[in-house]
Design a protein around this ligand. Structure first.
Ligand SMILES: [Zn+2]
Length: 151
């Protein structure tokens, strides 16, 4: 993982959408939002909309994984618990987001989502790779690690 020369890390709060910046050492000490004082990491997927999705992608110094899903999609629902386990397992190493493509059709169009679920991984404000279809936890972890180490 790249670190800024001043070892600061930037992250968006899932509760109030404020962009936080703090020393990287604080990552391991349950950092809280400077604005709303909620925890920046909850161990659960972060629910985003079209606007907050962009904000997270552009203002996260950690890799950002997004699950583009919809409530009517059976495979998406089956995948939801796997994704929750994944969010728990990565802790404060990544941002794990979920976007409902039915409620946020603009984002689905902007990101050219053709099938769901689609998992897209972002780093440094740009898309690194994406994958369509649900998969078991070990394969998901493996896929993410592969994308990040190839960078
Ligand atoms: Zn906040």
């Amino acid at each position: 993982m790249n670190q800024d020369v001043d070892h600061k890390i930037k992250l968006v709060c899932e509760h109030c959408s404020a962009t936080n910046q703090f020393p990287v050492e604080k990552l391991d000490h349950e950092p809280q939002c400077g604005k709303c004082h909620n925890h920046l990491f909850t161990g659960k997927p972060i629910i985003v909309n079209s606007q907050s999705l962009i904000k997270h992608i552009e203002n996260s110094d950690l890799p950002v994984l997004v699950d583009f899903w919809a409530p009517w999609c059976g495979p998406c629902q089956a995948f939801a618990p796997v994704y929750e386990d994944f969010a728990q397992s990565v802790g404060n190493q990544m941002r794990v987001l979920k976007l409902d493509t039915e409620a946020n059709q603009q984002a689905a169009m902007d990101f050219n989502i053709r099938s769901i679920p689609t998992l897209a991984l972002f780093g440094g404000g740009r898309e690194l790779n994406r994958m369509s279809g649900a998969l078991p936890l070990p394969q998901l972890q493996q896929w993410v690690v592969q994308q990040l180490t190839e960078e």
